[in-house]
Write a protein that binds this ligand. Structure first.
Ligand SMILES: Nc1nc2c(ncn2[C@@H]2O[C@H](COP(=O)(O)OP(=O)(O)OP(=O)(O)O)[C@@H](O)[C@H]2O)c(=O)[nH]1
Length: 627
């Protein structure tokens, strides 16, 4: 029996813990739902509060007109060996109430705290524990009275709201229904019995209670009901006589009321033969024993649920990641591990396995050639411009042989056009890399929890990429400048050789025409006359040919430089600086870097608490149930 008693205590404890975790009846599958409990249901004024109070032996429930019970009240009775009675609310843990009038006030206030004074209802329970030598271990849930009409100030839906809430409790297979019906009303029309019949048609988990036996019309009695003939239930019906309104007004003591009740049955001509099975005290004992029995039966399924939930909670905790270590060295290690995880993803993007690296190839294969093709050499090497540049090149000096300076200037000018596409390639690759950093951070599962570290890594990686970009830009510009700094002499030697093809092998001019051509090609400016159009055209096309050669070279060398300076460096040393910095950081900064998303921390904490609850519940049950 001692074991039995502690079973109810155990379930009480788990129920309280469930409420702390926001895990109470009416929301999804929870531990709460498999825990057996007793819910008190009945129409308004059927005497629910009176029954509860006489089971407790204290009056402590708010009374008044209209719907007084607007939140479920989970009333946990704990039997203590001796000492003064006291009450405790879960929402005000360290406060002991010895004055039960104050308990009543606190229930009313706490109800209003959630529902406002609006007469609305809420399904968030109030937990009240009463410790007393005069109670049996029992958990009862007081629910709002079923009603048929909304009174003033209540919403239209109040009738169905109440019924739905009550139903959400009593339809659970583990709920024992204490169905209160007043004797001065036909049992067939009792709200409590109607609802109980609905959710528990076989009457297995319904206890019928008849109140107000003393108020029945003279000459009538409830023996038919109490003996189970009017409406059959699996459990015996219990009749009670509570304090009348007049008794309440006179503050009739509950203990006295219990005695009067006992006397009523013992001396009643109608119910005398049932006296030992009637009254509030008998009801309390009956319920307590039944509750213990049910708990015992349910233990295997409770343990099964607990085990299943523990597995689920552990899996969820693994998924969101365990909490970060507290000491500096471990934190540094964690940060470096996370960086490496990021780096791995980043490299996969570049080397293949993940998309993105191909976009860099795209820059070299499409963007750069297209940009080179678009360079305005046609305009630059137009007859007019060639003439302008060549004429200006030698200043007041006449051209002695070929316009050397003119050629150089034209070529220099043309080559400088390559700077644009070269820099554009650098920038394009920079943006691809930056985008890959962003993507890699998002794709690194391990980093998901650490928004601060994500930002830190992004900043460090982007700073490194900027540096690589600067280096790369310098290098490609240098490549372009190198092309102007020393021209390929061979090309011009070949050019100079060409006009001589028109001369004969002996070297003597073959005729006046070729003689004239040769003169035109090399020495026209000797005359100091303006350069002929065809000569300028020739210069233009020579420069164009040279530039085409340079273009081919740069098309090949710019990608090499860009890959060398940016891509290769990104792969080699994207976070090198960061590693060095982090290594020097103090513990506080390291912890700050490992700050997690507050929502996630909150979630983990919830999961942890729940896990703790379930684990300790399992331990407790093991201890109590298999002793
Ligand atoms: N004479 C007599 N009066 C009773 C008995 N039971 C309840 N009453 C009275 O009936 C009225 C309603 O009783 P409550 O216990 O407040 O009923 P309730 O179902 O809790 O009412 P609500 O919470 O308002 O739905 C009170 O005035 C009680 O004194 C009884 O057995 N005999």
């Amino acid at each position: 029996m001692a074991t039995m008693t502690s079973l109810i205590g155990l379930i009480n404890k788990i129920q309280r813990a469930c409420t702390v975790l926001g895990d109470h009846g009416g929301q999804g599958m929870s531990l709460w739902e498999v825990l057996p409990s007793v819910a008190v249901v009945g129409g308004q004024s059927s005497g629910k509060s009176s029954v509860l109070e006489s089971i407790v032996g204290r009056d402590f429930l708010p009374r008044g007109s209209g719907i007084v019970t607007r939140r479920p009240l989970v009333l946990q009775l704990h039997q203590i060996e001796s000492g003064t009675e006291y009450a405790e609310f879960l929402h005000a843990p360290r406060k002991r109430f010895t004055d039960f009038a104050a308990v009543r006030k606190e229930i009313a206030d706490e109800t209003d705290r959630i529902t406002g004074k609006t007469k609305q209802i809420s399904n968030v329970p109030i937990h009240l524990s009463i410790y007393s030598p005069h109670v049996v271990n029992l958990t009862l849930i007081d629910l709002p009275g079923l009603t048929k009409v909304a009174v003033e100030g209540q919403s239209e839906t109040i009738v169905s709201d109440i019924e739905n809430m009550v139903r959400s409790y009593v339809e659970k297979p583990n709920c024992i229904i204490l169905a209160i019906s007043p004797a001065n009303q036909d049992i067939a029309t009792s709200d409590a019995i109607k609802l109980a019949r609905d959710v528990d048609p076989s009457g297995e988990r319904t206890f019928g209670v008849v109140t107000k036996l003393d108020l029945m019309d003279k000459g009538t009695n409830a023996v038919d009901v109490l003996e189970g003939r009017a409406y059959r239930l699996q459990h015996p019906w219990v009749g009670v006589v509570n304090r009348s309104q007049a008794d309440i007004n006179k503050n009739v003591d509950m203990i006295y009321a219990r005695r009067k009740e006992r006397e009523y049955f013992e001396t009643s001509p109608d119910y005398g033969h049932l006296a030992s099975r009637m009254g509030s005290e008998y009801l309390a004992k009956l319920l307590s024993e039944h509750l213990e029995l049910v708990i015992r039966q349910r233990i295997p399924s409770i343990i099964a649920l607990i085990n299943k939930t523990i597995d689920e909670l552990n899996a969820e905790l693994d998924r969101i990641g365990r909490p970060v270590a507290a000491d500096g060295a471990a934190q540094l290690y964690t940060i470096l591990e996370l960086c490496r995880a990021f780096d791995r993803v980043f490299k996969e993007h570049l080397d293949g396995g993940r998309p993105g690296g191909d976009r860099i190839f795209g820059v070299f294969d499409n963007q750069l050639p297209a940009a080179l093709k678009k360079l305005p050499f046609d305009r630059y090497l137009s007859l007019k411009n060639v003439q302008k540049v060549v004429t200006e090149a030698d200043g007041y000096q006449p051209h002695l042989i070929a316009p050397e300076q003119g050629y150089r200037r034209l070529i220099d000018g043309a080559i400088s056009y390559f700077k644009g596409p070269a820099e554009a390639s650098v920038d394009a690759v920079h943006f691809v890399l930056k985008e890959l950093v962003r993507k890699s951070i998002a794709e690194t599962q391990e980093l998901k929890r650490f928004p601060t570290l994500q930002t830190d890594i992004a900043t460090a990686a982007n700073e490194a990429l900027e540096k690589f970009r600067d280096e790369s830009r310098k290098t490609v510009l240098r490549l372009v400048e190198m092309e102007s700094s020393y021209l390929t002499a061979d090309f011009f030697r070949k050019l100079n050789a060409e006009p001589e093809k028109t001369t004969n092998p002996s070297g003597k001019k073959s005729n006046a025409e070729s003689d004239k051509n040769a003169k035109t090609d090399a020495n026209q400016s000797l005359t100091g006359e303006r350069l002929s159009e065809s000569y300028l055209r020739r210069i233009g096309s020579n420069v164009n040919a040279y530039i085409a050669m340079v273009c081919d070279t740069l098309r090949n060398t710019i990608p090499k430089a860009v890959v060398y300076c940016q891509v290769r460096e990104a792969k080699r040393s994207l976070l090198s600086n960061f590693y060095a910095q982090v290594g020097r950081r103090e513990k506080e900064r390291l912890s700050a870097m490992l700050d997690e998303d507050p929502q996630l921390m909150e979630r983990r904490m919830q999961l942890f608490k729940r896990l703790e609850l379930y684990k300790s519940a399992r331990d407790d049950i093991d201890l109590v149930a298999w002793k």
